[in-house]
Each structure stands twice: as structure tokens, then as C-alpha cells.
Design a protein around this ligand. Sequence first.
Ligand code: ARG
Length: 254
Amino acid sequence: MRNAGSSLAVLVAAGAIALGAGCGERERPVTVATDTGFVPFEFIDTRTGELVGFDIDLIRAIADRAGFEIRIVTLDFDGIVAGVQSGRFDIGIAGMTITEARAETIDFSDPYYDAGLILAVRADETEIRSEADLAGRRVGTRTGTTSEDYLRRRHPDAQVVAFPGIVEAYMDLRAGRLDAVLYDVPNVRYYAAREGGGEIRTVGDVLQGEQYGIAFPKGSPLVAPVNDALRELRADSTFDRLHETWFGDPEPEE
Ligand code: ARG
């Protein structure tokens, strides 16, 4: 009993210090940066005009659990990475892939989603069957993402077109102005199934395994409480419930 009591006290104290340093002393809510164009993680529900998605529900559940208030701001994806780096935002959540390069300038939470990159083509495409067929093709993606990086590194012979928003790339693919789009598996699949009007399908393998993490400025005191909250939400099935809401099934087992 005594042991349990004192370790709890230590935990509570550590939490208070972490949160005190993180937001209490500034007496303002934690600023969370995200964007508005990454189904089903963060996007505008066209019927209500509201920002919704898996990331939005997840960060709200984490903040509730860890006991801090949040204020959500939206901007372009590359601005989120830069703004977290500079400390302008306390948290970034935007289906952001944990990469070594980013981890040099920002801290990441434990991974919360397993993703990867995949090619999308028009449903009637016959010539592009995998990434081996990209030479000389117009391939769209979003600026500042791991897909842009992948295309420029691995496919210098493709004509890479980077858009500020991925929906424009999907539109151009459907209209025949692009031959393919490379982007995150969950986003491509969701778009193809729900919004692509049956005009888009995926081809080839998942090209690069990736994991999403929540981003913080280097050394942020919020990393530990956010990871604790994430662990609790996984343990009590809140996480699975959110996963089911947005992806139609619980999180796959390891
Ligand atoms: N996972 C990719 C990356 O980190 C793309 C993320 C795009 N996210 C967004 N909210 N637009 O580079």
C-alpha cells in the first residue's frame, strides 16, 4: 500500500511539473496545429463545415486524459512541420510520418498509426502497374511530404508535380492531367473508396512502410504525458473505438 501510494505521488508530481512547464505557466491552452485536407485524419465535413477526423478525435481524447486544454489551428502541412520546429505550435498532429530527418529538429510521440506509400492511377489505366512504370510519367503528390521526397529520390526520371493540397492532385489525375499520384495508403484508399467517384484505384505494393507520430518542439515537456495518455487510450479501448469510427475496423494486432 505504502509503495503504491508513494509511486503514485511521484507520478502526479512529475505530471504537474511537466504540464506546469508545458502550458500552466503560460496560462494558455496548448496550441495544436493540423491541416484540413487529409482524409480521414483531418478534413472539413462538407455538411457541417467542421474540422473532423481520426487525428482530431485522438488529440481531443489525449488532451482530456492528460488534463490540458487545446486550441486547434489549421494551416498547410509543410507549415505545420516548420511551425512545430520553431516552437510556434506546441503540438502538430497531421498524419505526420516519423522520419530520421524530422526527428533531428522535432520530437515525436510513440507511433500511433502504421501507414506507407502507394500509387494511385485512373481506374482504366493499363500501362502503369507499379513504380517500375513511372519513367517519363507525370506523377503528382503533396509538397513537403514523404511521398514527394520518395519520388524525387527514387524516381528522378518521372515528372514530379507537387501540389499544396492532395485533393488537387487527385482531381488532376481523374481529369487526365496526371498519370499517377503517390501518397499515403490510408488517404489514397479512403479517397478512392469514398470520394473518387470510382475513377481511381491503387496499383503495386506499399512502397515504403511508415509510422505516424504526434510532433512537438524539441525537448517539449508534453511528450511524456501525451505518450502516457496514448498508452491509456489503447489499454481502455478508446483508441480502438476511434479507429473503428474512422477506418471501419479496430487497430490491427501487431
Ligand atoms: N505522412 C506524410 C508525411 O508525413 C504525409 C502527411 C500529410 N498530412 C496532412 N495532414 N496533409 O509527409
